[in-house]
Write a protein that binds this ligand. Structure first.
Ligand code: ADP
Ligand code: VHF
Length: 374
């Protein structure tokens, strides 16, 4: 899709709505807000478009029935609230979509379900089948089984992974602010950013991870989500739920993020955004330059330190001596055998340890760069 006007005709759109857009001042689910959103999505369906909804709000929906005044801070109680609230949330969507003659199908996913081999095909098939049957998939993170390590906690990045999984033509992120601003919108003089052409346009923009009282991750997780989607060829509109209709029509509302990359392989996407890496390799400055600027493989000579406990094939972070993460990669050696290889050239290693020890620590095909925001 070249420009935002194309959104009006986009065949398949993933719409993500945050807790902040679905709750009232008391932090509880706002049924009218939910129905207004459903009306917009139903219109889209009536016009022939496919819609997948990624919705937060399970925790918020669980607060009332459990007599809780605010979002719980500890994971177990938040999971319990989500468990109680998810059923209610989907019941509300079922009712609201039924008013427009539409059915919904609940899909609970962890991030890993969308990218890990053996999992993602199931998720893909289930979502495609729902769409074929004319059902609106209503997706949320599977809060009760998502453990701390693999859990996103916000739905922003999950929405981007779902967009990739179903090859969406565009993603719409709906929140409680009408756009990305050049600083926190509460700051006087903060200006709306209408369009972002690539990561360079985000330099100097100040975003906070503090969300609203009910949301998680603030603008930080939204920009991470935008990076996943745009970097794999999917443009994004970020705006408020109140502007959903205009956003879907391709009007000049919110912030339009152009697609910057082409569709990536699932493996590379997993590597770039895997919720968990098993360790870290510390690179000297020469190795950072080789990997980042010349896009070469990482050789043992450029590694100065090994942290963590990992096996050959595991995802690890590549960090500079100052601790900045510059890339992620699948490592070819386990953490037990790496230390004795460090600092040596591949020739020396072959002479000393034999053929097979002259390979890269991380092959360039198994590397993804992590953009560093300066
Ligand atoms: N530069 C920025 N531009 C816009 N909003 C920002 C920015 N920095 C932080 N925010 C905050 O991000 C919040 C949205 O995040 P969050 O509460 O997690 O939403 P949701 O529940 O929709 O996922 C907004 O309320 C806003 O205050
Ligand atoms: N899965 C959780 C999402 C938590 C959350 O706050 O997400 P978001 O509002 O998108 O930042 C829920 O449904 O409550």
């Amino acid at each position: 899709m070249s420009g935002r006007a194309g959104l009006a005709e986009a065949r398949r759109v993933v719409v993500k709505v945050g807790s902040s857009s679905l709750t009232g001042d008391d932090g509880r689910l706002d049924q009218d807000a939910l129905r207004r959103l459903v009306q917009v999505l139903a219109q889209r369906r009536a016009a022939g478009g496919e819609v997948l909804l990624v919705t937060s709000g399970a925790i918020a929906a669980g607060l009332g029935p459990l007599g809780m005044a605010a979002r719980p801070r500890d994971l177990a109680t938040a999971q319990a609230a989500a468990s109680v609230g998810q059923g209610l949330l989907v019941a509300r969507y079922t009712e609201a979509f039924a008013e427009h003659g539409l059915r919904v199908g609940q899909v609970l996913l962890t991030a890993e379900d969308t990218i890990r081999r053996g999992h993602y095909r199931n998720a893909q098939r289930a979502l495609e089948t729902l769409l074929d049957l004319g059902v609106v998939p209503v997706v949320n993170e599977n809060d009760t089984v998502a453990t701390d390590e693999i859990r996103f906690g916000d739905n922003d990045r999950l929405a981007a992974l779902v967009s990739h999984l179903v090859r969406a033509d565009a993603m719409v992120l709906l929140t409680d602010v009408d756009a990305l601003y050049d600083g926190p919108p509460s700051r006087p003089g903060a200006r709306r950013i209408a369009e972002v052409h690539g990561p360079g346009d985000l330099e100097g923009i100040s975003v906070t991870a503090r969300g609203s009282a009910v949301g998680t991750g603030g603008m930080v997780t939204k920009l991470a989500s935008v990076a996943i989607a745009t970097g794999s060829g999917i443009p994004v509109v970020l705006t408020s739920a109140a502007q959903a209709e205009r956003a879907l029509a391709g009007d000049e509302v919110g912030t339009w993020f152009r697609a910057t990359g082409r569709r990536r392989s699932r493996r590379m996407l997993w590597l770039a955004h895997a919720a968990r890496t098993e360790g870290r390799l510390v690179l000297d400055d020469g190795a950072v330059a080789a990997v980042v600027e010349r896009r070469t493989s990482l050789l043992p000579a450029g590694v100065t330190g090994v942290e963590g406990d990992f096996e050959a094939g595991d995802p690890v972070e590549l960090v500079s001596t100052t601790g900045t993460v510059v890339a992620r990669g699948l490592v070819s050696y386990g953490s037990a055998e790496l230390p004795e290889l460090l600092g040596s050239s591949t020739h020396e290693l072959r002479d000393r340890l034999g053929v097979g020890y002259d390979r890269e620590v991380v092959h360039r095909d198994d590397l993804v760069l992590v953009p560093t925001r300066r």
